[in-house]
Write a protein of this length. Structure first.
Length: 263
């Protein structure tokens, strides 16, 4: 199936590792041109080099997406290089506190994750949508999470931020839709990787006196398919929602979780 992503200019936040790296290289394999942005450009450069090795143009721009002035500058540099941005994929985000009840979260802990997971996405969308509206073409894919579709004890701040991102996504979808722009949300469940194993599973293992492997298995048993998602699963969902194959889909929350949030 031709996703018609060749030579599309794709701006990806948080591309250095995990889901961000997988999403970036998935678009590179489709022939897209990449703008990779984040705070640690040294960590992003290897991903850009790998993308260039696949024959695509990839640039790296430093940016803290929670700062709208930095986002505006980054977007301007991207437009100077490529002339347009066809697709925005907001991967950058954080997990917040794990295992603490909501009343034990400090205001600083709460505000930090809301700022990253909500304000960061708002800033990038605010920056790129005017150009998309002018061209009457564009795709936005926000990476949310299934804890923004169902509540989760011990993850109050993160859950709040992802519920909020859903609202941002749906409002922008309604506002940008008349201009031919699709705005959607991919909602991963637990995704296998260092953060899942070393933070989420390690915390559960400590709380319940079990091994990390046993904690991983307990998470897998939450899902209908009895398996935890991979970075590639999330990347493929992003490709779909960024492509012309999904031209008639907007404002959706697409859970990539093996069957939990919607069942």
């Amino acid at each position: 199936m031709d996703l018609a992503l060749k030579d599309k200019v794709v701006l990806i936040t948080g591309p250095a590792k995990g889901m961000g790296r997988a999403v970036s290289l998935a678009f590179a394999r489709e022939g897209a041109k990449l703008v990779l942005t984040g705070r640690d450009i040294a960590a992003i450069e290897p991903v850009a080099a790998e993308a260039r090795g696949l024959g695509v143009d990839a640039i790296v721009l430093a940016c803290d997406i929670t700062q709208n002035t930095q986002v505006a500058t980054m977007t301007r540099h991207a437009l100077e290089h490529f002339g347009r941005i066809d697709v925005l994929v907001n991967v950058a985000g954080g997990s917040g506190t794990v295992g603490k009840p909501g009343w034990e979260n400090t205001q600083e802990e709460f505000e930090e994750i809301v700022q990253l997971n909500m304000t960061g996405c708002f800033n990038t969308m605010q920056a790129v949508l005017p150009g998309m509206i002018e061209r009457r073409s564009g795709k936005v894919v926000n990476v949310g999470g299934t804890f923004g579709m169902r509540g989760r004890a011990g993850r109050m701040a993160y859950s709040a931020s992802k519920w909020g991102l859903r609202g941002i996504t749906k409002s922008f979808a309604l506002e940008a839709g008349p201009h031919g722009i699709n705005v959607n949300c991919v909602a991963p469940g637990m995704v296998d990787g260092p953060r899942f194993r070393d933070k989420v599973c390690a915390t559960m293992a400590k709380q319940h006196g079990i091994s990390v492997e046993e904690a991983m298995q307990r998470h897998a048993e939450d899902y209908a398919l009895r398996r935890v998602s991979t970075d590639a699963d999330v990347a493929n969902a992003c490709l779909f929602l960024a492509s012309e194959v999904s031209r008639q889909i907007t404002g959706v929350d697409l859970p990539v979780d093996g069957g939990w949030a919607m069942l």
